[in-house]
Design a protein around this ligand. Structure first.
Ligand code: SF4
Length: 361
């Protein structure tokens, strides 16, 4: 059996837009029009590595290459890889025996690894190393018989993977509203961990409330919310108070993209919307708007942001100021299974992921 492919929403059909003059006539703008462009934005090191892993696997093994779940949560990236020969499946039992399957950046539970092994599949694990770090913490604290409170979104692939490392020790907590229902065996031996792509502020609020109930609750050895999630939130926090409108480029199933809309609104943006593509931007959003903030989630190629900037320029928002709150230069090595193949083939190109924001055609 081949695949019941992951369902990918397609870009919306182009429609007649109101002209810039029509928008201006509907609601005049006071003050100069401008764009504040967040930096960092877009591709993180883990996404870059996962996408390159699929591209390299296609290049070296030839299509089809199977990928369990979306390699990263972005419509454009997934459709581009499908066009090159990747086949996205929900579960490993949809992959023909002895075929090659890549595990996505979000990670998998040991049960998934075992099921692939049982079927004799060849595997490449493109789990982001920062997700793997959380898995290791879960394994370690479960071995020491801790109760682990995993703050994250129930049903998200990353949370399923991490919880699957130690299902008997882990409780998933979706947010502050679930703190009251938590019970633990021994508060002295309880630790919290988290999904990597949450709102930093909301997670800290959940932790604060948990500590009110369990003052001896232990913190993770290091931050689980990753550098990319944190940096993108810091950048939009700086822009949001000045913005009449914030546009976040990212897919609906991208946790960190959705969080950026929430953070923009919390920090004072008058309105904020998420779009996958520039043609989803509604020109009605520009009525009365002088300052537009723009950012993108960690799984978004820069080319999609540039499309939005071009559209904004058409509507008079040609002045773009980049607001830089951090520099990122983290790179991860490609998955070890792939590195071995590349070495054998003498392929030394891109043994490391490129810097974030690598354009993807
Ligand atoms: S968002 Fe963070 S955890 Fe997720 S792939 Fe990127 S670097 Fe890794």
């Amino acid at each position: 059996m081949t695949s019941s492919a992951v369902s990918i929403p397609m870009p919306s059909v182009p429609r007649r837009r109101r002209t810039p003059d029509e928008v201006l006539a509907a609601a005049p703008v006071s003050g100069p029009k401008r764009v504040l462009l967040a930096a960092p934005r877009g591709y993180c090191a883990g996404v870059d590595r996962a996408v390159i892993a699929v591209e390299k696997a296609l290049e070296h093994y030839g299509p089809p290459v199977y990928v369990r779940k979306q390699i990263v949560h972005n419509v454009h990236v997934v459709t581009s890889l499908e066009e090159k020969g990747a086949i996205f499946v929900e579960e490993t039992d949809e992959v023909p025996e002895s075929a090659l399957v890549i595990f996505s950046a979000h990670g998998v539970s040991p049960a998934v690894v075992q099921s692939a092994e049982d079927r004799g599949l060849r595997t490449i694990d493109a789990t982001c190393p920062l997700v793997t770090k959380v898995h290791r913490e879960a394994v370690r604290f479960a071995k020491e018989d801790y109760d682990i409170l995993l703050i994250g979104h129930d049903g998200h692939e990353e949370v399923e993977g991490t919880a699957g490392e130690a299902p008997d020790h882990i409780q998933i907590i979706n947010g502050p509203h679930e703190v009251d229902k938590v019970t633990v065996r021994n508060p002295e031996k309880t630790i919290w961990l988290s999904q990597t792509t949450l709102s930093v502020d909301e997670t800290m609020e959940t932790v604060r409330m948990l500590k009110e109930r369990f003052p001896t609750l232990q913190d993770p050895p290091s931050d689980d919310i990753c550098y990319a999630t944190t940096n993108r939130q810091v950048a939009i926090k700086k822009i949001a108070p000045q913005a009449d409108l914030v546009i976040v480029v990212g897919s609906a199933n991208s946790s960190n993209s959705v969080r950026l809309v929430e953070v923009a609104l919390e920090y004072g943006a008058k309105a904020s919307y998420r779009v996958d593509f520039a043609n989803e931007v509604d020109e009605g959003w520009f009525e009365g708007v002088a300052t537009v903030g723009v950012t993108s989630g960690a799984s978004v190629p820069e080319v999609l942001v540039q499309d939005v900037l071009r559209l904004l320029a058409d509507y008079g928002y040609g002045a773009v100021e980049e607001v830089v709150t951090a520099e990122e230069d983290l790179l991860f090595s490609l998955p070890k299974e792939l590195r071995a193949t590349l070495k054998e083939a003498g392929d030394v190109t891109r043994a490391l992921g490129g810097r974030g924001n690598r354009p993807t055609s």
